[in-house]
Structure formats: C-alpha cells, structure tokens
Design a protein around this ligand. Structure first.
Ligand code: FO1
Length: 315
C-alpha cells in the first residue's frame, strides 16, 4: 500500500478490536485511527470505565482477556474482597484492569479530557495507532426495554442482555461534540471502515455525535462496512436479537439496510454470498470473503481482503 495511506475505523467492542488486530498487521499501525464508542462507559465504584476503548487498546497490545475484554490472566482479589464486604460484583473488573480505571479516573479528575487520558493509556501499552473516544463529553447509551430504560452495562452484563429491547436513547447526543482529531481522521482518511460491530449500540452512538455522520458522508475515501451478522447470527453479542426485536431482517442484509447511503462497500461472509444481489440493490458494492476472525492469521487476511477490495492497498 502507498506508505501515506491512512485507515480510520469506527469501532465498538470486541469485533472491532479483533478486526483492528488484523488491520495493524497489514498496514502501518501508526497510520490507523480507531474512533471508539463511549456509550458503554460507566462509573464503577466511582471509577470511569471505558470498556470499548480498553478492549481496543488491550487487543492492539496483545494482552486482551479470554473473552476479548479485560486483561489476560488477570486476578480478582479486589473484586472478591469487595464481594466479601457485601458489594455487588456482577461487573468483572480484574486487579490489573483496575490500574487502567484508576489512572483514567485520576486524569479526568485532574481536568484532562477523556481523549488525553486515552492517549496516555494507549501509549503506555505500546499501541502505535491513534485511539480516540468519539467524544470527550458524556454520551451514554440507554437501552429501552419492556422493563424500563436501562444503562448499557446494566442491560448487557448485569441482566445478561435478557430483556426485550424496544429502542435506544442517547441523552448526551445533542450536547456531545466530536473529540479532537475525530473529524480530521474521517476527512483525512484514505479508507474508512465500519467495523463488524453492533449497529445499534456500537456504531449508531458514534453517528449520533454532531458532525460525525456528515463527515463520513462527505469523505472522499472509500467507505466500507463489514457485516457483524453471519448466517443470520451475530458473531458475538445481542445484535441479532436486537435486529429481530426492532423488526429488522435478522441477516447481513438487515444490517446493510441500516448503512444504506453511508458506505460505498459492504462486506459479506462467504456463507451469505447469496445476499450479494439484495445488498447491491441498496446501492453498495459487495465484497464476499471469509469474515470469521478466529485467529491472528484470519484477522489479518480479512483486513487485507477488505482493503484490497476497496482499492486501499494493492492485492
Ligand atoms: N463483559 C461481560 O460480559 N462481563 C463482565 O463482567 C465484563 C467486565 C468488563 C470489565 C472491564 C471492561 O473493560 C469490559 C468488561 N466487559 C464485561 C465487557 C463490556 O461489558 C463491554 O461493554 C461489552 O463487551 C460490549 O462491548
């Protein structure tokens, strides 16, 4: 690829982190910018936890936990001790992960914006890519369910995504401004990738921040989305259940419809090759490839395949 190529990726949780892990094996990591969702952020015992940012940093540093989040081989001495004190322990913060949350919270308390604290944490882990929160402002995702409105981690971790979802609310969206570097990373990119992330709770919160959707629409670079749904099922998480509950087709096509007008290309897994015509009819070009990211080689192969399809690297 030309040495100057810059790739900007809209990132949610584990799926995005895995794609990024492959991406930095095929392009210069320093030319990669991840714009991360902060809708999952929450206060854990007074500490500011940014799960999607940390998942991306840990994965790029090669130290992510066995389920894709948290730190590998982390211990839970503090969590166990808190549980013994009668405190809730449904959110599994490990001992070494705690260091990240303490550092972030201290920096925020000292007046640094989240983007600055994130840069410090990424650099300390040896991550050469630019990791940006989409906004420095509070921008939580609220999940609307039959049981009422739930903060994202309450819905996802505490209640194990068991409630039927009827919608989402982003109470911070109107006031949220893009973090420094976000709009430039979109405007200056040579390729823009929407990661195989949940369209409702990972990608939509990014698009809700003022100027982000417009910047993508105006971008000169090819824009590509990778389907997070394969064979009618989410690779990870509640995306398929959300599609169904909200009345969308539970398929890669159902997600493609949400991105119509926003991307030039859509990437389908080989299992979903039969959907290519329907997706093309939405006005997107289709690339069919193996999107299962079960190891470092397959992740790199997917990134290479996607970037070469859209002409951002030589095949
Ligand atoms: N996900 C879980 O399913 N259970 C947990 O106990 C949990 C703890 C946790 C701690 C730190 C962190 O950065 C992420 C954590 N996650 C956990 C993942 C988190 O809920 C993410 O929001 C989701 O993976 C969606 O991206």
């Amino acid at each position: 690829m030309p040495p100057a190529s810059r790739v900007t990726i809209l990132a949610g949780g584990v799926g995005a982190a895995r794609f990024l892990g492959g991406l930095v094996r095929v392009v210069d990591p320093a030319r990669v910018t991840a714009i991360c969702n902060v809708g999952d952020d929450f206060a854990w015992n007074g500490l500011h936890v940014s799960p999607d940012i940390d998942t991306v940093i840990y994965t790029l540093a090669g130290i992510e936990g066995e389920f894709g989040w948290g730190l590998r081989d982390d211990t839970r001495t503090v969590l166990d001790a808190m549980e013994a004190l009668g405190e809730p322990a449904w959110f599994g913060v490990g001992d070494r992960d705690l260091a990240t949350h303490l550092t972030r919270t201290a920096r925020l308390a000292a007046g640094e914006p989240l983007s600055a604290a994130t840069a410090v944490l990424a650099s300390a882990r040896g991550v050469a890519s630019t990791i940006l929160p989409v906004t420095d402002d509070p921008h939580p995702t609220m999940v609307v369910t039959a049981e009422g409105e739930l903060a994202f981690q309450e819905y996802f971790v505490h209640r194990r995504a068991s409630d039927t979802v009827t919608g989402f609310r982003f109470p911070g969206a109107e006031a949220a401004r893009p973090a420094p570097g976000v709009l430039d990373a979109i405007a200056g990119a040579d390729a823009i990738v929407i990661a195989p992330s949940n369209p409702f709770v990972s990608i939509d919160p990014l698009l809700q921040v003022e100027g982000v959707r417009a910047a993508i629409e105006a971008a000169r670079a090819p824009r590509v989305a990778v389907s997070p749904i394969v064979g009618g099922q989410a690779i990870k998480g509640p995306a398929a259940a959300m599609l169904e509950a909200l009345g969308h087709e539970v398929s890669a096509f159902g997600v493609a419809r949400l991105y119509a007008g926003l991307v030039d290309w859509y990437v389908l897994d080989e299992q979903d090759a039969a959907l290519a015509g329907a997706v093309e009819a939405l006005g997107m070009r289709v690339h069919v490839t193996d999107t299962m990211m079960t190891g470092p080689e397959r992740r790199a192969a997917l990134a290479r395949s996607v970037l070469s399809a859209i002409g951002a690297i030589d095949a």
